[in-house]
Design a protein around this ligand. Structure first.
Ligand SMILES: [Zn+2]
Ligand SMILES: [Zn+2]
Length: 259
């Protein structure tokens, strides 16, 4: 069994095909999925999905790429996270690739999420793109890691260096690989995945984006996370059951859930 640790099945293109999406999950033995919030207006839909389906979990947060959207406060995030199906804060982080200019608001928003995570004791889902130095710095300054009294979390859709991965792991974080790791061109990322211990790895789709090989370019969905798991097993030369079991155990451990 696999778990998709990060998807956006509330997005209209997937929400419109929900019965199919859930059937594909079952077919590929994907037992659970974490539907990740990207802004506050979408949050009620995300929460409703988690309440409707026992095997769907959810998070609350505002994505760093969403510029013109209501800004959350620490209190608001903590309050919205007060639900047993909300298991994480995010996605949050920094993205200097998609947006340029003065991004102080992004850094402030990131700090707000880390403070909320520390307060409500739910792990962070961190998005970082072309901003790893500032991301790690703010994680340290705000005490995001278990080494500093935080509850850590996951570096999602990881595309950074081994050095960045190790720095995050030292703070108690997990590293999540998406379909990107299956791309032919992703040699450096594959080397990172090969080097990291399976005990610190999660797998995800980030659906509807980034479909793994052999679905590259098509609409992604949580069921396809099985292909990410299979790829990592091949890469590491271990049985796929081992990757499935360990990444599933990692998910339950990180999000403090009973399997
Ligand atoms: Zn992301
Ligand atoms: Zn995402």
């Amino acid at each position: 069994m696999f778990i998709d640790s990060h998807c956006h099945i509330n997005f209209p293109e997937l929400a419109a095909r929900m019965p199919e999406v859930l059937a594909q999950m079952a077919h590929n033995k994907v037992t659970h999925a974490l539907c990740v919030s990207v802004d506050l207006p979408d949050f009620p839909q995300v929460l409703a999905l988690a309440h409707q389906y026992p095997h769907i979990y959810a998070s609350v947060g505002v994505h760093p790429d969403y510029e013109d959207t209501p800004e959350p406060s620490v209190e608001q995030l903590v309050e919205l996270a007060n639900d047993p199906k909300i298991i994480a804060i995010g996605e949050t982080g920094l993205d200097y690739f998609r947006l340029q200019g003065d991004l102080e608001w992004q850094r402030e928003r990131f700090r707000t999420h880390i403070r909320a995570s520390r307060q409500c004791r739910k792990p962070l889902i961190i998005h970082t793109r072309s901003a790893s130095e500032d991301t790690l710095r703010i994680m340290r300054e705000e005490g995001a890691g278990t080494d500093a009294g935080g509850v850590a979390g996951v570096m999602h859709c990881f595309t950074e260096s081994l050095e960045v991965a190790r720095a995050a792991i030292e703070m108690g974080f997990y590293i999540s690989f998406s379909g990107i790791v299956t791309f032919k061109s992703a040699k450096e990322l594959q080397a990172v995945a090969l080097e990291l211990p399976l005990e610190r790895i999660l797998i995800e789709t980030d659906a509807p984006y980034l479909a793994p090989v052999p679905y590259r370019g098509k609409m992604n969905e949580p069921g396809f996370v099985a292909h990410v798991g299979e790829y990592i097993a091949k890469l590491k030369g271990v049985p796929v059951e081992q990757v499935a079991q360990q990444t599933t155990a990692n998910f339950f451990q990180l999000f403090q859930l009973q399997p």
